[in-house]
Design a protein around this ligand. Sequence first.
Ligand SMILES: Cc1cc2nc3c(=O)[nH]c(=O)nc-3n(C[C@H](O)[C@H](O)[C@H](O)COP(=O)(O)O)c2cc1C
Length: 205
Amino acid sequence: MELDASSLRPRDCYALLTSLVVPRPIAWVSTMDDEGRANLAPFSYFSGLGSDPPMITLGIAQRRDGSDKDTLRLARRSGVLCVNLVEEQDAERMNASSAELPPGESEIERFAIATTSCARIRGVRVASARAALECRLVDVLRYGRRVAVNLLVAEVVHFFVHDAIAEPATAGAPPSASAQAIRPLARLGDRWYAKLGQRVPLPRP
Ligand SMILES: Cc1cc2nc3c(=O)[nH]c(=O)nc-3n(C[C@H](O)[C@H](O)[C@H](O)COP(=O)(O)O)c2cc1C
C-alpha cells in the first residue's frame, strides 16, 4: 500500500507508526507528587539519546481533553523521574498501570505494586524491576498538530542494575546488563507484545 500521511487521521497514523516502529522498549516511569504519592505509567515512545551525560527521551502525548498526563505534570514539577525496566514478569502489572486514574489516585496503590526508594532522586522504583534509570528532567519540547506530543529529554544520574542481570565485573570491561539474562518485554502494534528470542552476536567491523 502507498499512503499519503496528510490524508490519514491521527489515530490511523498512530496505528500505522506503532505497528512499524517495532519492537519498542517500554519505559515504566515512576514520578512523585509534593505529598510523596507515587505515580506509575508505561511509555513506549522511549529511547536512549546519548552517553555524555547518559540521556533518554520519552514521547508523551497530551490527553484527549488537552490536559497533561500525570507523568509529564509531575516530572515537570519535581524535575525528576525514574524509568523502570519492564521484563516479562511485569507484563500484566505494567499494562494495568496504563489505566487513566484521576490525579492523586496512585496506580501503585490501586494495583498493589511494591516499590522501593530511589538511591539518588526523590522517588521510588518498582521493586520487581531488575533495572532502573534515575533521571533529571532536562527539557520538554512540544510538537504536533491536532494531537500534541511532548518530547522529554532526561539525564540519567543513577543506574540500578540487579546482580541477576549484571554481567560479572571483569577487569577492564565496562559495566553492563547481560544480553542472555535480560528478559525485556517489547511493544508491537495494537495489543501485541513480544519477548526476545534467540540472541545473535555480531562483532563490529
Ligand atoms: C505499553 C504501553 C505503552 C505506552 N506508551 C505511551 C507513549 O509512548 N506515550 C504516551 O503518551 N502514552 C503511552 N501509553 C499510554 C499511557 O501509559 C497512559 O496514557 C497512562 O494513563 C498515562 O498515565 P499518567 O497520566 O499517570 O502519566 C502507553 C501505554 C501502554 C500500555
